[in-house]
Write a protein of this length. Structure first.
Length: 465
């Protein structure tokens, strides 16, 4: 078992979990209020302040900046975004391609800001390596490569088993693919650096300030402008922007907006030089696979393996975890994946385990919106691809607030409408059945099937993907 379970995440282990900064000192009146101090809220504040230094901007965070997914994720800065196939079907291939192009560019944008703001996030631009370990996974990998090349011939490189193993020696690899649009980061370092940058720019950041409700502006009444209501006071603004991702269900009236999906991680003790000589991973690529219940991993700056997966995917009633603690069964599942992928690490200790929640819309498509009549806006529903997508969301919200007609504001996720999740117990039953089916499909495919399990295809229908 893990030496530490919870403590928000391993990414805070070296310096300790931050103490929340000053809370809201009472009622405030500003131009823009961000609800949520993760990547989305901070990026939006950052770009708004850069564009117009005179803007009065407040960020409200219930604990400390980076307490949520921004400080707990797997450290994949890459160009994937939630819903590309759905956007292509609904809005056309050309508009989906425009979204993909700006996502590709967003990887470099984040890298550039870390340099400009002197943020040390252990960033290495080694790309994204994904492997297949059985024939159905290899079939899906090849289909993925074909789909990627439809958005540009040089987007992804198809690798033989030998070529993939030369990069990272994952046991049982039958093939792989590599994309240059990716980098490894230490996520808590990125969010801490970004929080410092927005504070230095003059943004008001209030931590330990939980927002209970976001109320729309009502023209013609005493409350014509929107408000964020907290126990410490109310913030009134021209625009109140929700950036709460997996914690959205905790806001009044938002219980069924996005489902808080759990994802968990473990990290090994530092591994010796002999392990890395055998395994490779010299390029520090982020690593994934093509299982239905997929894994994601990185080689950390201090030579550990940090590896994640879904574990127990959802808690009844859209409840969230307690400071990152996760179940013993989830730790055992992730340990088993680690041992299958890297048998040479079978004796390595697990130093830390933790979990977090990510926001999942009913159609699995990320969205950005600003309703000028109410003054309310939001961004999120990243389905686990939020490290880069949040940067694009921040720049898009910036343009929307400033009234710019830009390439970003014309992207198909802006104003995309999503129906709400089913009430309980249907929501809980559906998610449990979906992931039970994905795990069953993975077990079936591991026994020698040549094609994707029909159980997984049924799960996709249940999921609404």
């Amino acid at each position: 078992m893990a030496a530490v379970n919870g403590g928000v995440s391993f990414w805070y282990a070296a310096d300790g979990v931050p103490e929340p900064g000053p809370g809201l000192p009472g009622d405030r009146d500003v131009d823009v209020c961000m609800v949520g101090g993760g990547y989305t809220g901070l990026w939006t504040a950052y770009y708004l302040k850069k564009a117009d230094p005179s803007l009065r901007i407040a960020v409200l965070e219930q604990r400390f900046c980076g307490y949520g997914a921004s400080g707990r994720n797997g450290g994949w800065l890459y160009n994937g975004f939630a819903g590309r196939a759905a956007f292509a079907r609904r809005y056309g291939q050309q508009r989906a391609a425009a979204m993909q192009r700006v996502m590709d560019e967003a990887v470099g944008e984040v890298v550039d800001v870390t340099v400009a703001e002197r943020i040390d996030a252990d960033l290495v631009r080694g790309g994204v390596l994904e492997v297949a370990r059985n024939r159905p996974q290899l079939e899906r990998l090849r289909a993925f490569v074909r789909a990627e090349r439809a958005y540009g011939a040089d987007r992804v490189e198809l690798l033989s088993a030998e070529e993939a193993t030369d990069r990272v020696a994952v046991a049982g690899t039958l093939g792989g693919c590599w994309s240059r649009y990716g980098a490894r980061i230490q996520p808590a370092k990125l969010v801490r650096g970004l929080a410092r940058a927005v504070r230095d720019a003059g943004v008001e950041v209030y931590e330990g300030t939980a927002v209970g409700a976001i109320l729309p502006g009502l023209p013609g009444t005493a409350h014509r402008r929107p408000r964020a209501v907290t126990p410490l006071g109310t913030v009134t603004a021209d625009h109140v922007l929700r950036a709460t991702e997996g914690f959205t269900a905790g806001l009044r009236g938002e219980k069924r907006t996005w489902l808080p999906m759990n994802s968990a991680m473990v990290v090994t003790e530092p591994l010796p030089a002999g392990f890395w000589a055998e395994t490779g991973w010299q390029g520090r690529e982020v690593l994934g696979d093509f299982a239905h219940a997929y894994m994601y991993a990185q080689r950390t700056a201090d030579d550990r393996i940090a590896l994640g997966g879904r574990g127990i995917p959802y808690r009844f009633g859209s409840r969230t975890d307690s400071d990152g603690s996760t179940q013993a069964e989830t730790v055992r599942q992730l340990r088993a994946i680690l041992d299958r992928f890297f048998p040479a690490a079978a004796t390595a200790g697990i130093d830390h385990a933790w979990a977090g929640v990510l926001g999942v819309p009913r159609d699995w498509c990320a969205t950005v919106e600003l309703d000028r009549s109410s003054g309310l806006g939001w961004a999120g529903g990243y389905v686990g691809s939020g490290v880069t997508t949040a940067n694009l969301a921040g720049r898009t919200l910036c343009d929307l607030v400033l009234g710019r007609d830009s390439e970003l504001t014309r992207l198909p996720w802006v104003g995309h409408t999503v129906r709400r999740w089913e009430p309980e117990p249907l929501r809980w039953l559906g998610v449990q059945a979906m992931y039970a089916a994905y795990h069953a499909a993975d077990r079936q495919e591991a026994t020698g099937r040549a094609t994707t399990s029909p159980i997984a295809r049924l799960a996709d229908l249940v999921a609404g993907r």
